[in-house]
Write a protein of this length. Structure first.
Length: 431
């Protein structure tokens, strides 16, 4: 629970009849190496001491939140998909094994022997490729590599940091009966996958009483020559027939995973040149990053689906009932380490939001914070701010983003540089 998501949760239909309570803090969930048993004990302590009824336990984060919800649901009798279905999404290697049973739209992939003195790519997997842990936060420790030297450098970095998430995940794997193909695999696994090309797109949906429903397709646009997102935009600009194919693939793979009473978000690549679709990864939760976008365009944030499913109610979203035709979430990034300077205050942010209709701003770092200390960042950049814009077309979305960034005055500076040098660095960041 945070202030931004609380406000969005309180905008879902029927929210006047709900009482939302934080269960664990973001700080507890982002410890250097989480202890799942420890977090479960803390959560149970909060729930057991609560003097009201516990009608639903929900969350919109990846591990450890995603795996804790079914474990807590089993104890407290609340609704949730089964733990095994969540793990089949979160564990990237097991997820690939399940995906290939239902669909052909996946890249070549395989496990990497991290113990080898000179690691080699899996047989049949060709450069360029991505090397990544089976478990990670927000593309952390995921590296794109072009040759064997870069491959081995990436494996060395992953070997050094994989325990942070992989070791705690071992506890979760111990809670389920694993199939023969996963025997001895564990949580500290590295895999390699051939690089996907084309347009990146996200499919959001839910499973209710066994029926899979896709309620939205979004475009995911990256910075030029980078894998880091510049913005997510809704609705997608892809042709309707391509969106129908994405929906069909999503339905087949979610049925294979065995999810129910849950939301999901699946990331794909679509190559217009070859007309090929390839599935990147499955997230066993909706994207809280997209909540404002659905609210702007459809009139209800997608948090509604999560809450409704947990309460056994109809999770359907309205269609295009919002005040705007399209919306985007922009990522204002810094591509080197630095220090956050001149971070705007809450009052300054509110002023910009009031002056520019259809804008919501979420600043990530605190004043003076080293960007290297930010949690859940990808391997190549740091997020300075998220700017949500809504409008009639692409031009209006970009114009509102540009105005917001200019008005924010959110500056960065390399460590050791004085604050009065920050404006020059800010100009370079926007270039």
């Amino acid at each position: 629970m945070d202030d931004t998501n609380r406000a969005t949760l309180e905008a879902v239909p029927g929210a006047e009849h709900y009482r939302f309570h934080p269960l664990l803090s973001p700080e507890e969930l982002q410890e250097d190496e989480v202890s799942v048993p420890g977090l479960l004990e803390r959560a149970r302590g909060v729930l057991d001491s609560f003097d009201g009824s516990v009608d639903a336990i929900v969350g919109y984060w990846d591990f450890p939140v995603s795996t804790m919800i079914p474990l807590l649901a089993e104890r407290y009798g609340t609704r949730s998909t089964g733990l095994e279905s969540v793990v089949k999404c979160e564990h990237k290697y097991w997820s690939r094994l399940e995906q290939q049973k239902a669909i052909d739209e996946i890249p070549r992939f395989g496990r990497v022997d991290m113990e080898a003195a000179e690691p080699e790519p899996p047989e049949g997997v060709r450069f360029p490729m991505w090397v990544k842990p089976a478990l990670a936060y927000s593309s952390e420790l995921a590296y794109g590599v072009e040759n064997i030297e870069e491959f081995r450098e990436a494996v060395a970095k992953i070997r050094e940091g994989i325990a942070r998430v992989g070791r705690p995940f071992e506890y979760v794997l111990d809670q389920i009966e694993l199939p023969e193909e996963m025997a001895g695999v564990g949580g500290m696994v590295c895999l390699a996958e051939e690089t996907l090309t084309g347009l990146q797109v996200a499919v959001e949906g839910y499973v209710h009483q066994g029926a899979v429903t896709v309620y939205g397709v979004l475009d995911s646009i990256t910075y030029p020559d980078s894998s880091s997102f510049l913005r997510h935009q809704y609705p997608s600009s892809l042709p309707p027939q391509v969106q129908e194919r994405l929906t069909g693939v999503s339905e087949r793979v979610i049925r294979q995973i065995g999810m129910d009473a849950a939301t999901f978000s699946i990331e794909f690549f679509y190559d217009p040149g070859t007309d090929e679709i390839r599935l990147l990864e499955i997230n066993p939760r909706h994207s809280q990053s997209h909540a404002e976008l659905f609210d702007f365009v459809d009139g209800v944030p997608n948090h509604h689906c999560m809450v409704a499913l947990a309460l056994g109610r109809d999770p359907a979203l309205p269609y295009r009932a919002g005040p705007y035709q399209c919306a985007a979430k922009w990522y204002h990034r810094w591509f080197t380490d630095g220090v956050a300077r001149s971070v705007p205050t809450a009052r300054e942010i509110a002023r910009v939001e009031e002056e520019i209709p259809g804008v919501v701003i979420d600043v990530v770092p605190e004043q003076g914070q080293h960007l290297a200390n930010l949690s859940q960042q990808d391997s190549y950049s740091y997020e300075l701010a998220h700017v949500f814009t809504a409008g009639a077309d692409d031009d209006e979305l970009r114009e509102k983003y540009d105005r917001s960034i200019a008005a924010l005055g959110l500056h960065g500076a390399p460590p050791g540089r004085e604050a009065d040098d920050a404006a020059d660095v800010h100009d370079a960041a926007q270039a």
